[in-house]
Design a protein around this ligand. Structure first.
Ligand code: SF4
Length: 205
C-alpha cells in the first residue's frame, strides 16, 4: 500500500531501525479510531485502547480481508497476525449486528468500487452483492449459498488486478464464520440481529 505509513516505514527500515509498532484503524458503529500499538500487544489490548468492547466477529485486513471469530484472534499478538491484519484495518462486528447484512454491504461497496474494465469484476461483484443482499434480507432462494460460491469461483483470479480476489476472499470467510446465521436466514428469513449501517464508504445502490 503506497500510503504515508508505508513510506514512513520504508524510511525507518532504510535507516536500519526495526519497526516495533503497528497502526490500527478500528471501525465501529460510532466511527473510526486509529491507535498505534507495540507488535507484541494482543489484538484485544489494542481494541480496548480504541474503546472496542468484545465484538462477536472481526474483519481483519480491510474489505478484501477475512472474517474471524473474535475469540479466535483476540488473544493473538499483532506480530503473529502479520499478513492477516495487513494494513491494520479492523472492522469490528457488535454482537447485536447481523454479519450477513454487513457482508452484503461490503460486497456492494467493493462492486461499486470496481473500475469497470474487466467482465468478471464488473458483473461478478455486482452479482455477488445482489445474491448476498437477497440472503441477508430474508429473500434468499434455494441454492443461493451454492450460487455465491459458484460466482466467486468464476470471478477469482480473472481480473486485471486483485480487487475481485479480495471480495472473494472476504466472502469465503463470511460463509464460514456466519454459517449458523446464514442457515437461520434460509430457514426463518433472519438471524435475529440488527441490520446496522457500519460500513464506512458505502453509498446507495
Ligand atoms: S479487476 Fe481490477 S482492473 Fe479489472 S475492472 Fe476490477 S478493479 Fe478494474
Amino acid at each position: 500500500v503506497h500510503n504515508v505509513e508505508t513510506l514512513a516505514r520504508v524510511a525507518t527500515l532504510t535507516g536500519g531501525a526495526a519497526v516495533t509498532t503497528q497502526l490500527l484503524t478500528f471501525t465501529t458503529p460510532t466511527g473510526q479510531t486509529v491507535v498505534e500499538r507495540d507488535l507484541d500487544s494482543t489484538l484485544a489490548a489494542a481494541a480496548a485502547v480504541a474503546g472496542v468492547a468484545s465484538p462477536s466477529n472481526v474483519l481483519l485486513g480491510g474489505y478484501g480481508g477475512t472474517w474471524h471469530r473474535w475469540d479466535s484472534v483476540s488473544d493473538r499478538s499483532l506480530r503473529s497476525l502479520g499478513s492477516i491484519i495487513s494494513a491494520g484495518i479492523v472492522l469490528t462486528l457488535p454482537r447485536e449486528t447481523c454479519g450477513a447484512a454487513v457482508t452484503a454491504r461490503v460486497l456492494r461497496y467493493l462492486a461499486q468500487s470496481s473500475a469497470r474494465q474487466c467482465g468478471p469484476c464488473l458483473f461478478g461483484l455486482a452479482d455477488l452483492a445482489d445474491v448476498m443482499d437477497r440472503v441477508a434480507s430474508g429473500r434468499g432462494r434455494r441454492g443461493d449459498i451454492d450460487r455465491l460460491q459458484s460466482i466467486a469461483a468464476s470471478v477469482a483470479s480473472r481480473g486485471a488486478c486483485h480487487h475481485p480476489d479480495g471480495a472473494v476472499r472476504m466472502l469465503a470467510s463470511a460463509l464460514d464464520v456466519f454459517a449458523a446465521d446464514l442457515a437461520n436466514h434460509r430457514r426463518r428469513g433472519h438471524c435475529g440481529r440488527r441490520h446496522d449501517h457500519i460500513v464506512p464508504g458505502e453509498v446507495a445502490a
